[in-house]
Write a protein that binds this ligand. Structure first.
Ligand SMILES: Cc1cc2nc3c(=O)[nH]c(=O)nc-3n(C[C@H](O)[C@H](O)[C@H](O)COP(=O)(O)OP(=O)(O)OC[C@H]3O[C@@H](n4cnc5c(N)ncnc54)[C@H](O)[C@@H]3O)c2cc1C
Length: 501
């Protein structure tokens, strides 16, 4: 077994990915003699978007010893209980995908089976009526979930809408205070050898050596692609959007405790509320509309004042064939990209860092560890991909070629099986490595009115009156919990208000 020792890690890029990696590894290697250097170019800058997260982010910074309210204040953040999907199923229809459960399972049977049975008996309650997360969000309220929830009915989670630049700054402060060195220079050349990357050549002539290089250089993949020619799996067949335009705006009124995504004719628009402004963007397929048309649609759907001219992005949905190639690991946009519909890019940075930490329980790695890293990364990406594809596949919109194409497209094999299992009898196929668990899949199926033809017949043994009563009490319990909670604005004002920039 060949062992590759590591004593000198060079991280290329100082965006969200670069500084999250540096911060986390600086803690991880604090007791070993591993040097960590970040090379970034302030002249090139960062991608400057990426403001909506999922709850795993909170676990990531908690691991560094950072506290929710301190992070929120430092990044001008608001709370996110889920995502509202407007006009996705059909124009005029809307639903929320919460970070939380629906109802209470009983006798080992998922709650949606009981709800489906009650529905078949003529009850008209919506699945969303049984979700505390959805109802807090719909009412623009927020409270931190109980650490010891009295029942599954009180289980929900939350994430942040934040200023990505301020979050990277926070990560940088942490990393530098834990011994990470930063070099601000443009990398003009990369020297390669048998092991992979030998050294970097900076624009001031300096040469930077390392034994492990982490490529956080963004879409271009300076090391993983431009130097090592790793190759890319292109998923445009299923994810047609290849462009985005983004703009910040003022934000009038109260801050919703959820992200809004609204489908348009050739893509979708996001709105992310921060404490003092909002992030807005339009993700679209350039085959169906031009960039100028996309900008016009974006602008015409923002009522607040725009703070700058919209910025433009091009991307190819997919992932690098190998996230770890020779002595180079790609993290962040350098490793691949899936449109930000479910805010998964930063979460994929977290899982990449977590895997790096698992490999480096000692300061060396083996070929077997690299293979395992690549297998796990492929699975993570593919399962997020499938979850995003589901949103397109189930649409019933009547405008636009994009939506017709997506309704009719063939699904990737694993997704096809998952959808078929749910459709036929409400089964949720679960895999060990999945960012989105059963309740998230149920939220999307239900949001798109894609309900099972059959459900678990064991629920029919329950006395209908008892079922009616039990579910009625659950709805009541959700409604009274929501009534007692303060508004999201008040929560922020009392706990984490940041001064206006
Ligand atoms: C339109 C859009 C919306 C998004 N929305 C979300 C969202 O809501 N939620 C989410 O989780 N993610 C989102 N993302 C993804 C998110 O923005 C990224 O995952 C995140 O910002 C990490 O980016 P990065 O650090 O990999 O790359 P970048 O921010 O591009 O950083 C690259 C770094 O590499 C440096 N660099 C590049 N070339 C050189 C060189 N030659 N020499 C020296 N340094 C160099 C740059 O200076 C920079 O510091 C979105 C992405 C896009 C495009």
């Amino acid at each position: 077994m060949t062992v590759h020792n590591v004593s000198n890690i060079v991280i290329v890029g100082g965006g969200t990915a670069g500084w999250m990696t540096a911060a986390s590894l600086s803690k991880h290697f604090r007791k070993t003699k591993v040097a960590i250097t970040v090379v970034e170019s302030s002249a090139i800058g960062t991608v400057g978007v990426g403001e909506a997260t999922i709850p795993t982010l909170r676990r990531f910074y908690a691991e560094l010893g950072l506290d929710d309210m301190a992070v929120m204040k430092a990044t001008q953040a608001t709370c996110k209980l889920g995502i509202q999907f407007q006009d996705w199923y059909k124009q005029g229809h809307s639903f929320i995908h919460p970070f939380g459960l629906f109802g209470q399972k009983a006798n080992g049977i998922d709650f949606h089976h009981y709800w489906l049975h009650l529905k078949s008996l003529g009850d008209t309650s919506a699945l969303a009526d049984y979700s505390l997360g959805v109802n807090l969000a719909k009412n623009n309220k927020f409270i931190e979930p109980s650490v010891n929830p009295p029942s599954e009915l009180s289980v929900y989670d939350w994430a942040l809408h934040f200023d990505a630049g301020l979050f990277a700054k926070l990560m940088r402060e942490y990393a530098e205070s834990h011994g990470v060195t930063c070099i601000d220079a443009k990398i003009d050349g990369v020297n390669c050898g048998e092991e992979g990357i030998d050294s970097l050549v900076l624009d001031d002539g300096r040469v930077i050596n390392g034994d492990l290089f982490i490529d956080c250089s963004g879409f271009k993949g300076l090391l993983i692609e431009q130097a090592l020619h790793t190759g890319y799996h292109d998923w445009s067949e299923w994810l047609q959007c290849d462009s985005a335009v983004a703009v910040q705006s003022t934000r009038a009124g109260s801050a919703p405790s959820y992200t809004v995504t609204r489908a348009h004719q050739a893509g979708w628009q996001w709105r992310i509320p921060l404490q003092h402004r909002a992030g807005n963007g339009h993700v679209f397929c350039s085959r169906y509309i031009s960039e100028d048309e996309a900008i016009a649609t974006l602008k015409s759907n923002i009522t607040d004042e725009l703070l700058h001219e919209p910025r433009r992005f091009k991307f190819t949905p997919g992932r690098r064939k190998l996230a770890w190639n020779k002595n180079c690991i790609a993290v962040g946009l350098a490793s691949g990209f899936l449109e930000p519909l479910e805010s998964t890019s930063i979460a994929l940075i977290e899982t990449a860092i977590e895997k790096i930490r698992r490999v480096f329980q000692r300061p060396w790695y083996t070929a077997a560890a690299v293979d395992n890293f690549n297998d796990l990364t492929a699975q993570e990406y593919e399962r997020v991909r499938d979850f995003i594809i589901l949103h397109y596949k189930l649409n019933q919109r009547e405008d636009g070629e994009l939506w017709r194409y997506c309704r009719e497209m063939e699904l990737p094999e694993m997704l096809r099986k998952k959808v078929a299992a749910f459709r036929s009898q409400g089964d949720l196929i679960r895999y060990p490595i999945e960012m989105f668990g059963g309740p998230s899949w149920v939220a999307i199926y239900d949001g798109f009115q894609y309900l099972p033809e059959q459900y678990d017949q064991r629920v029919t043994k329950m006395n209908p009156e008892y079922l009616q009563k039990a579910l009625g009490e659950m709805r009541q319990s959700v409604a009274s919990a929501v009534a007692s909670v303060q508004s999201h604005d008040d929560f922020i004002a009392q706990n984490c208000a940041a001064a206006a920039p």
